[in-house]
Design a protein around this ligand. Structure first.
Ligand code: G3I
Length: 371
């Protein structure tokens, strides 16, 4: 009998407890049940349930460290059936140097998710950013293919069967770099040429065949040049038999940007028989501040306009916001106390800083209910 347990310890119980212990090292297990504040939207079910009822997985980006916050913990478990690590599966987090792999943060998040039947997206295997200097140097000195293979193998093997969907390649397009196909100038492109995307998807199919393989990018909902480049990129991948399953529209929206290319882009994605994911939705509002209610309305109206166009063409398999509460958003540096560099309040997400539901929450809820 193990000294940790009051009853015979089965292997499964030990593994569950040890994973719980791993989580507890980051997220206090003795979280008191919280009776969060309420508002007029509190009585409605949850985005997790409303989406699931219509065959959509709803979730948000998060990190285990954020979940030490009891209000956010409770809200996340209630509202999300899906999560994606905002940082802890990126190269710079997992491989701070060439000699070691750092799994603790990502493992804690995956264990938390599994303890609450929340699915996990992987973000991201091949990206130009969050690349440590040692990796850039190896990529640019003839070791790119070996390093990509090793990284994808290690990431997908470590989380084998626990990640429903991977952003295999992230943000490979940048029209401002003026390269063929609007490809982004990146260490991967320099080292391997445009076929680095093909290599990444074939490696992903090899190392975890069951995980959905996604190409993920931003601004394609509002930039016609980038949208057309994405359509051409996807057609090329499909024509070459590259094993891509889905397209992630990050959907970092702004109240001032229209969605001129969006409907045609969604139609092209549907015609190519690719699934559509909304992977990182939030809404930035740099308009003159006229009070929280006015900003929340502009944010909600923008999201509704975007979702109406998407849903007029096809139903996304997954919809995630890039954070659940305004308490944690990349658009507001923590040291600015929830404001942006202009000193304006930042309210881009479904819940406010008190984890209360906002008009954006209601727009999402109504979108699911209307299906
Ligand atoms: O946590 C580490 C800390 O341990 C370390 O000492 C410090 C040293 O710089 O870095 C800290 O990590 C920061 C990380 O966020 C976690 O807070 C990084 O500096 C910082 O660069 C990183 O920023 C993230 C950014 O991607 C770059 O990876 C943002 O939080 C994240 O919201 C943003 O998310 C991206 C998506 O991955 C791709 N789509 C666009 C989206 C917004 O830019």
């Amino acid at each position: 009998m193990s000294r940790f347990f009051s009853k015979p310890c089965t292997r499964r119980a030990f593994l569950r407890a040890s994973s719980a212990a791993a989580v507890a090292s980051v997220i206090p297990l003795t979280l008191m049940c919280h009776k969060p504040e309420e508002n007029e939207l509190s009585g409605l079910s949850s985005l997790r349930q409303a989406a699931a009822d219509k065959g959509i997985e709803f979730g948000a980006a998060v990190e285990a460290v954020h979940l030490k916050d009891p209000d956010l913990y409770d809200a996340f478990v209630n509202e999300c059936g899906l999560c994606v690590p905002e940082w802890s599966m990126k190269w710079a987090s997992v491989r701070p140097d060439a000699s070691r792999w750092s799994w603790d943060e990502a493992d804690a998040l995956v264990s938390f998710a599994e303890n609450h039947a929340i699915k996990v997206r992987g973000h991201t295997l091949v990206w130009y950013a969050a690349l440590p200097d040692w990796a850039k140097e190896k990529i640019l000195t003839g070791q790119a293919e070996r390093l990509m293979d090793e990284h994808i193998q290690q990431m997908m093997t470590h989380f084998q069967g626990r990640i429903c969907s991977w952003d295999v390649v992230n943000e490979a397009l940048e029209p401002q770099d003026n390269l063929e196909g609007c490809l982004r100038a990146s260490p991967w492109l320099t080292a391997l040429g445009p076929r680095y995307l093909d290599k990444a998807f074939f490696l992903a199919a090899q190392y975890d065949p069951m995980a959905q393989r996604v190409y993920n990018d931003y601004a394609v909902e509002s930039n016609p040049v980038k949208a057309n480049a994405l359509i051409a990129l996807l057609r090329g991948l499909k024509e070459r038999g590259v094993p891509i399953d889905a397209v992630g529209l990050q959907a970092h929206l702004s109240v001032t940007r229209a969605f001129e290319p969006l409907q045609a882009l969604c139609k092209a994605i549907k015609e190519m028989d690719l699934d559509l994911l909304i992977t990182e939705m939030d809404v930035e509002d740099l308009s003159p501040f006229e009070g929280n209610a006015e900003q929340d309305r502009r944010v909600a109206d923008t999201a509704k306009a975007f979702l109406d166009i998407v849903f007029s063409v096809m139903k996304p398999k997954q919809i995630l916001t890039w954070g659940l509460s305004d308490r944690h958003t990349w658009l507001a540096d923590p040291k600015w106390n929830g404001r942006n560099p202009l000193g304006l309040p930042v309210r881009p997400l479904p819940l406010d800083r008190a984890c209360l539901r906002k008009p954006l929450w209601n727009i999402l809820y109504e979108q699911f209910e209307a299906l």
